[in-house]
Design a protein around this ligand. Structure first.
Ligand code: SF4
Ligand code: SF4
Length: 193
């Protein structure tokens, strides 16, 4: 029927409006003044429309959230490879990156001068990165991951947004914290290889 879609859409809006008041009555001011209220607003069960007092409050992002990539390194307390980067400098991410914003230079053995599986330089121009996640999808070594940290705005328009290897590197424990189920999935897949 002509106009049915509009009626359905208005119905959804009305439902959210009613749910807002139901939750407001249920929580009262606690919805905005207590930690429990904030946790409830962050949960996937929350209903209705509410205000998030950003930047004092931040809603949790889903595990599959994608922002500027980071490079996985072993934690400093790893028994065999403390702080070691996972990237082997294979260059696949640079090839698949649609806007070509990754730049890598493979390292060389100090004595032989032969290439080694370790990037000497690794840069990402985060002003160009479009957070597509292809680099992370294609990396054969699970070495590059999409981050959850979206607060990276700055007034600097020159080099602050060219992230180098040091700035891009984050420990494995960080990845396990922001994406526990995916980190576990990948760990199990590596173990069974
Ligand atoms: S695809 Fe992975 S291992 Fe290869 S260069 Fe990129 S981050 Fe490093
Ligand atoms: S997320 Fe997409 S645009 Fe950004 S560096 Fe990775 S492949 Fe390139």
């Amino acid at each position: 029927m002509y106009g049915l879609g509009i009626i359905k859409g208005l119905g959804v809006t009305l439902k959210h409006l009613v749910e807002t008041y139901v939750d407001d009555f249920r929580w009262g001011v606690r919805r905005y003044t207590t930690d429990d209220g904030f946790v409830a607003r962050q949960s996937t069960d929350t209903r209705g429309i509410f205000t998030v007092q950003y930047p004092e409050e931040k809603l949790a992002v889903p595990e599959r959230f994608r922002y500027i990539p980071f490079l996985v390194v072993y934690d400093d307390d790893h028994p065999d490879h403390p702080g070691e980067i996972w990237c082997t400098s294979c260059g696949i991410c640079t090839k698949v990156c649609p806007p070509q914003c990754i730049w890598i230079m493979r390292g060389k053995h100090p004595e032989t001068g032969r290439p080694i599986p370790d990037p000497e330089y690794f840069y990402i121009d985060i002003d160009i990165c479009m957070n597509c996640g292809l680099c992370a999808e294609y990396c054969p070594f699970d070495a590059i991951k999409m981050d959850h940290d979206y607060e990276i705005a700055s007034y600097d328009r020159t080099t602050a947004h060219i992230f180098d290897k040091a700035k891009l590197s984050k420990p494995l424990s960080y990845w396990q914290k922001i994406a526990p189920s995916r980190a576990l999935e990948e760990h199990l897949a590596r173990e069974t290889k």
